[in-house]
Design a binder for this molecule. Structure first.
Ligand SMILES: *Cc1c(COP(=O)(O)O)cnc(C)c1O
Length: 377
């Protein structure tokens, strides 16, 4: 994000968008920090070479064990989302004899237009963040605790946000809270974390303009003398990914063309979960086009990649490229229908590397047993 070069800023890549070790290592080499939401992501990022000080820990339901792991790893800050989490963290830090660096994740009450309600997170009444009218009280409690160091105010208002105004509003609300805290003598805050959610273009919608973002949010943080943290996930990886799938069958049903692929909703969940649009291209030229449903082999009517879509007039054996699948693709894949997950292949110009091997049948059964070892209660 060279657009933010005038601001004291760190990009903390949101790992949940694409947590492949190879992708994490690449982003680390480029200078990014990370934003994580689980102990598993903490483990991954450590394996990919990130230092504790590169890590911000977000998430609405962190367990005592995850909090302990984060403190032992020396993360930059833990973005606390409730009074309950703060007191648990205080207890864990006290037990370990350390001071927990925290930010308060504020629910700023900002409504955003996102393509799907599941990707809105910054409105009142949602599970995310601390309601803004409770922040001051919690900040005072944090400031009074010897086991907590209040370093930041944070927000994350949603995903796939294409306009800069909601980010500006959220940043202004955080800064207004910061002013209130300063007036109360709480002057330990050094970081303003405005979250992620920067939109990419899947179809004809516009991506967020990073220069406009930088020019709007950057100066707000600078003027307040705070370091800016931005947590883009999708924006950094979505365009980099393509799901390649082979057509298994063409059929007709109810006057409709149906293209059945060897990839399914277990490989790419977004179309069925969010009703998300992904462009679909044929890998080889077909000449003519058809109106078709492109569907997977999973036993669910919701297993589709596109409905009533004009696609190349392909036959069985041909390959399709489902576009913009670098974010929230493989990370949401499952073994539903006992389907092994596909490999992940990194492509760099004329070379490629398999960075996640194709899952095998035995891989899927590794943790299971057909013969229960019964124990008494
Ligand atoms: C998911 C998430 C992000 C990243 O969201 P994108 O839409 O992928 O940019 C950033 N911060 C937090 C706290 C998140 O939960």
């Amino acid at each position: 994000m060279s657009a933010l070069h005038d601001t004291d800023v760190r990009v903390h890549y949101s790992v949940k968008a694409n947590s492949s070790l190879a992708v994490l290592a690449l982003l680390r080499e480029m200078g990014a920090g990370v934003d994580i939401v689980s102990g598993g992501e903490l483990h991954r990022t450590r394996c990919a070479g990130f230092a504790g000080s590169d890590i911000v820990f977000s998430g609405v339901g962190k367990t005592a064990q995850e909090l302990e792991e984060a403190l032992r790893a020396g993360v930059l800050m833990i973005n606390v989302e409730s009074a309950g989490e703060m007191s648990l963290l205080e207890a864990v830090a006290t037990r370990l004899g350390v001071v927990a660096p925290i930010a308060l994740r504020v629910n700023p009450g900002v409504s955003v237009e996102t393509p799907h309600p599941y990707t809105r997170t910054g409105e009142h009444g949602m599970k995310f963040g601390i309601p803004d009218d409770e922040v001051v009280q919690l900040a005072q409690a944090a400031a009074a605790s010897p086991a907590l160091a209040l370093l930041g105010l944070a927000a994350h208002i949603g995903s796939q946000i294409s306009r800069v105004e909601p980010f500006q509003t959220a940043a202004e609300r955080l800064l207004a809270l910061h002013e209130q805290l300063l007036a109360l003598g709480i002057s330990t805050i050094t970081h303003l974390d405005v979250g992620g959610g920067l939109a990419v273009s899947y179809r004809d919608e516009s991506a967020l303009d990073p220069n406009l973002f930088a020019a709007t949010v950057g100066p707000l943080a600078s003027a307040a003398g705070l370091k800016l943290i931005v947590e883009p996930g999708r924006f950094l990886v979505a365009d980099a990914g393509v799901l390649v799938t082979q057509v298994l069958y063409r059929k007709r049903s109810g006057g409709k063309e149906i293209v059945v692929t060897d990839a399914g909703m277990n490989d790419l969940l977004r179309p069925s979960h969010y009703n998300a649009y992904h462009a679909i291209d044929t890998v080889s030229e077909t000449g003519s086009a058809v109106l078709a449903d492109v569907v997977g082999p999973v036993c669910e009517s919701g297993d589709f990649f596109a409905l009533d879509r004009v696609v190349g007039d392909i036959q069985a054996g041909a390959l399709l490229a489902i576009r913009t699948t670098g974010a929230y693709g493989y990370v949401m894949a499952s073994n539903y229908n006992s389907r092994p997950r596909p490999p992940e292949v990194l492509v760099d110009g004329g070379r490629f590397a398999i960075v996640t091997a194709r899952e095998s049948y035995p891989d899927m059964l590794r943790l299971e047993s057909a013969t229960p070892e019964w124990r008494s209660l």
